[in-house]
Ligand binder design. Structure first.
Ligand code: NAP
Length: 228
């Protein structure tokens, strides 16, 4: 069964969110390639992640590390998990090798130092920036903006939902499956431009986290069980 699963790249996968997603997917049986600006850093992160997976009962986890471009090239689905200020630089590096692929953008357009204030870009959302730069040959889907990396990295059950936005229904469907594989409920949330709402919610959640000392997430209510 595992061989039928797509290979996943996590660009910037040496960081907080990327390690969390890569770990969840590896534990779910996916082959994961961690991407970094530096291949040796990616390889070291992959070594650590394999050990973590083994400690969580998955000694057969398939995790490797490459530079961002090679990771994207080696994978069928590519996720981007770098700070907003570095988004375009990484997109430029991988653009030639992600054509025809599903590209998950988890970038949130936060503008330090006021990260708890919504400051959306002129394009509307980070996902739209990615789509504009990568071109129509790439199926960009935005997701995971509202999930705390600390919770993903923990071995704990996750108690939050993920809004999945993209202009291709088929691509959204694949990402909803990856949300479920990572242990959450994922919902089709409309066009890529709707990702602006999830981008904006992140600043709201950062404010809530500071106010209440927590890792808040979002929950959709009223959706029948089994519809995620
Ligand atoms: N942290 C969260 O809880 C969370 C939750 C939801 C969404 N997000 C979003 O996910 C993205 C990543 O967040 P994070 O907390 O994981 O970030 P992070 O740990 O600070 O950075 C992630 C990775 O970005 C790469 N990077 C750093 N500077 C770079 C540069 N100048 N050029 C290219 N790559 C660079 C680094 O990888 P290499 O050095 O290996 O290249 C780093 O490990 C952000 O857009 C954030 O808003 C985060």
């Amino acid at each position: 069964m595992a061989d039928k699963l797509p290979v996943l790249a996590v660009l910037g996968g040496t960081g907080n969110l990327g390690l969390g997603l890569a770990g969840r997917w590896a534990l779910a049986g996916y082959e994961v390639v961690i991407g970094s600006r530096a291949a040796d850093k990616a390889i070291a992160a992959a070594d650590e992640l394999r050990k973590l997976c083994a400690s969580r009962g998955r000694a057969d986890a398939r995790v490797s590390g490459k530079d961002n471009r090679a990771a994207a090239e080696a994978s069928q689905i590519v996720a981007l998990t770098v700070p907003f200020e570095n988004q375009k630089a990484v997109l430029e590096v991988v653009k030639p090798v992600v054509q025809g692929k599903v590209f998950i953008d988890a970038t949130v357009p936060l503008v330090p130092p006021r990260v708890a204030r919504v400051q959306l870009p002129a394009e509307g959302s980070a996902g739209r920036i990615a789509q504009n730069l990568l071109g129509e040959g790439v199926k960009v889907v935005s997701a995971f903006q509202n999930v705390a990396a600390d919770l993903l990295q923990s071995g704990d059950a996750l108690d939050c939902d993920v809004l999945v936005c993209g202009d291709s229904k088929e691509a959204r469907e694949q990402v909803v499956s990856l949300v479920q594989a990572a242990g959450m409920r994922g919902f089709h949330a409309g066009s890529l431009d709707n990702g602006a709402a999830a981008d904006a919610l992140t600043s709201v959640l950062i404010f809530v986290n500071k106010q209440y000392g927590c890792h808040a997430g979002i929950r959709l209510t009223g959706v029948p069980e089994g519809k995620s």
